[in-house]
Design a protein around this ligand. Sequence first.
Ligand SMILES: [Zn+2]
Length: 480
Amino acid sequence: MLLLLIASPPLKARSGGDSLASLPDTIWDFYPNYPSYETLMAQFAALHPGLCRLEALDTLSSGRRLLALVISDHVDSLEAEPRFLYTSSMHGDELVGYVLLLRLAEHLLGKYGIDPMATALVDGLEIWINPLANPDGTFRNGNNTLNGAWRYNANSVDINRNFPDPQDGPHPDGNAWQPETQAFMALATTKKFNMSANIHGGAEVCNYPWDTWSQLPADYLWWEYVCHRYADSAQAYGPAGYFNDFGTGVTNGYDWYSISGGRQDYMNYFHQCREFTLEISNTKFPAATQLPTFWNANFRSLLGYMDQARYGLRGIVSDSLSGQPLHARVFIQGHDADSSHVWSRLPLGDYYRYLHAGTYTLTFSATGYHSRTIAGLGLINDQATVLDVKLMPTSNGVTGPSGPVVRAWFDPLARQIGLEEHASSQGQARIEIYNSAGLLVLRSGMGNSFSLPAALPGGLYLAHILTAGGQKLIVKCLSP
Ligand SMILES: [Zn+2]
């Protein structure tokens, strides 16, 4: 549809050069060089102005950009719909996903209004597609060649070890946050994605949280379900033996090998975004002629995983008197742990909680409102359940316009103190913990959460939190 490319040998980036032209269907059997990539991304937006816009997340010092396509019906207005992210090739030599995500964008835009699944996804989601998360690593030896493509960025840092880690702190690799890392942290913070996948190569498996520690995520049944859906379909439509690492093509991250500073855990823990790591090809950088085979094996799975973002529990949380949308915490009793709760998102108050089939008890809470618990809610897989919730203000007065609400809480199951993310510029809040005798027992910096040390004797403690904005919060904590 977009691009005619001159012939060149496999394993080289091909240039669009002056030969760009419109075709009815692009044969995606090439790796676009950097200028062609920029052109393609701009063309998607230019050709589909109502459905697609191009966003530059950052311009690196090399001049290369971190780009994302946003695809949705009414792409320029905010709608109460899940926000979904696909991103690929943060390891610059793992390149199948680079081409597959470009082709996915073309598929969604070209088949909108024609194919029911593409139409449902574009109508029902706000889709972000970032095909090339580390262009300096991919085009290390120049914009027109993939010779020399490597895993790291221009500073020789592995971006997938460079994110804040729920266990090992803000800088688990000892490096400053890289420009690519900072761009994604800013994107995650502002956009509050609901689901995502981060595409790599070197294996063929769906890797779900956690990578950093051994305990399973609260939603491991849901993870198992969606990952097996992905893998089963990839196996069915791929060549014999494709996508069968670990036998089934699915693994828990820690069961495979533990990493710190990965983006998957960062997104899940700090942003309540369900992200898994998709290892899409045993060969990181196969011959370009094989790319259509990878597409055929994966496109149904890629669409199917996006489709899961439309299911589960969703709704709007609002003030029972004024109807004003609320930023509320949605917590599942006896289930949520390790930051698996979600938040409703302002300005619309919409929330999305992906859950495996079962019966759940939910508590909705927001500062200045009476919490509300709804018990015995039954959910089934592959279906959306809508639950709009109104919360009653604790004061009888009408709530006026308010600035950012800053909240902190203690999660006794996880033994963690949580701080609302917009209150904490990562790592800049301070925490002091006092025992019941009023003695200071601990002082530290904190990001969005702080775990009570296991060594703390049992008892009641008071945590004093001083936010970067100078607000002081006191949270009562119980160490069992
Ligand atoms: Zn990788």
